[in-house]
Write a protein that binds this ligand. Structure first.
Ligand code: PLP
Length: 399
């Protein structure tokens, strides 16, 4: 039998990055504000904004930093209530707490998307901002969300950390709300080890975020958009008015990311093909359900999520154990006592709500990594192992 593939290594970084890094090593020019212009970080911002079709981009140290700066740049007061989904990564409620705001959680359905009835109810509870987390690219009903939030003038921040390349009605995820935030951590589509970026069309907001990210004195002049009159007004208005949190990106990170941008379209295409192939195979089991996407959504997955149907908790644990023994790690979001995507483990929050619907989903939802570089044969090994593990737990009916 073919060995199960390594699903942890990322793709090699394109060779062009090495040349760029060598040049930086020679010059020692690692700080984004040393050069008067065209620093790698600034070039990355220009290229990423163009890629996404947004006016402005600000590269920072992580997506968490981008989320934090977004909330700060919105000018939310202390203890403002920020609505977030009950299914997301712990970084999201953490960024809310970091910004001195209060996370309010809403229910998420079996299909990993926000429960719109609960969202609409919670939105009436003194909410001052919303963070929509497109978990693993699963996109909630952004039409309904934007309609509800726009009608109340509530700003929407998109956490698109793990959703670069996903589209909604053909438009890029991250450009639908007031701000979009992305991650360059190694498990995401573009890998710099660490890093993040925010995009927006709002000059005032980006000026505030740029200054707070650590553009001290007049370093904001080294950002692109020097001829944009709205930006000039905004920077003049906020000069010396804001704290500097120093969440900048280093030129080294930008040099690693930039040569990966041309690879993105291929990664997105292969990721979706791989995902849909494995999804179709898994859906042949009556005990496995890969939820269908919403109509307007096209994902860029590098992992697959599926629900176990009709398994007890004991059988769920056996399924994960059997798969692990055969070489495929299945993470059931709610079944470990430290999973950072299970809301009851966010014990740094003042209050942890019950969210019975989200909890039930997390107890049966499985997560399996599916790096975009996998071959069809490797995908078959993974699908065979998962279906085989299910057959062991549920007998022949599963296969
Ligand atoms: C990875 C991730 C984050 C955090 O990104 P960092 O760059 O590591 O801070 C936030 N939200 C989601 C959904 C993620 O997948």
């Amino acid at each position: 039998m073919t060995l199960p593939p390594n699903v942890h290594d990322a793709e090699p970084i394109p060779a062009a990055a090495r040349e760029a890094i060598d040049a930086l090593m020679q010059s020692g020019d690692l700080f984004r504000y040393t050069a008067p212009e065209n620093a790698p970080v600034t070039l990355l911002e220009t290229e990423f904004a163009a890629l996404m079709g947004s006016k402005y981009a600000l590269a920072v140290s992580s997506c968490s930093a981008a989320l934090f700066l977004s909330l700060k740049a919105l000018g939310l007061p202390r203890d403002a209530r920020v609505l977030i989904p009950g299914f997301t990564f712990a970084a999201v409620p953490s960024s809310v707490v970091h910004a001195d705001c209060i996370p309010v959680l809403c229910e998420v359905g079996d299909n990993y998307r926000i429960d719109m009835a609960d969202f609409a109810t919670k939105l009436e509870q003194d909410i001052q901002a919303v963070i929509i987390s497109h978990m693993r690219g699963h996109t909630s009903d952004m039409d309904a969300i934007m309609r509800l939030c726009d009608a109340r003038n509530i700003p929407v921040v998109e956490d698109a950390a793990h959703s670069l390349g996903t589209t909604w009605h053909g438009g890029n995820i991250g450009t639908l709300g007031r701000v979009g935030c992305f991650s360059f951590q190694s498990y995401k589509m573009l890998n710099a080890g660490e890093g993040g970026i925010l995009i927006t069309n709002d000059a005032d907001l980006v000026a505030r975020a740029v200054i707070m990210s650590g553009a001290y004195e007049h370093n904001w002049q080294k950002h692109s958009g020097g001829t944009d009159p709205d930006l000039a007004v905004a920077f003049a208005k906020w000069q010396n008015q804001l704290p500097l949190y120093n969440l900048r990106m280093s030129n080294l990170s930008a040099a690693v990311i930039r040569p990966q941008i041309p690879e993105l379209a291929r990664r997105v295409r292969d990721g979706l093909q791989n995902h849909d192939y494995v999804a179709a195979r898994l859906n042949t089991s009556p005990f496995i359900d890969v939820p269908a996407p919403l109509g307007p959504e096209q994902r860029a997955p590098d992992s697959i999520q599926f629900n176990l149907e009709g398994l007890s908790e004991e059988e769920t644990r056996s399924f994960a154990k059997e798969a692990a023994e055969l070489g495929v790690k299945v993470q059931v979001f709610g079944l470990s006592d430290d999973n950072a995507r299970a809301f009851w483990n966010w014990q740094f929050m003042r209050e942890i709500p019950a969210l019975p619907q989200t909890r039930a989903m997390l107890m049966k939802a499985c997560d399996v990594r599916l790096p975009v570089r996998l071959t069809r044969a490797e995908l078959d090994v993974i699908a065979d192992i998962l279906l085989g593990a299910m057959a062991k737990v549920k007998g022949k009916a599963a296969a």
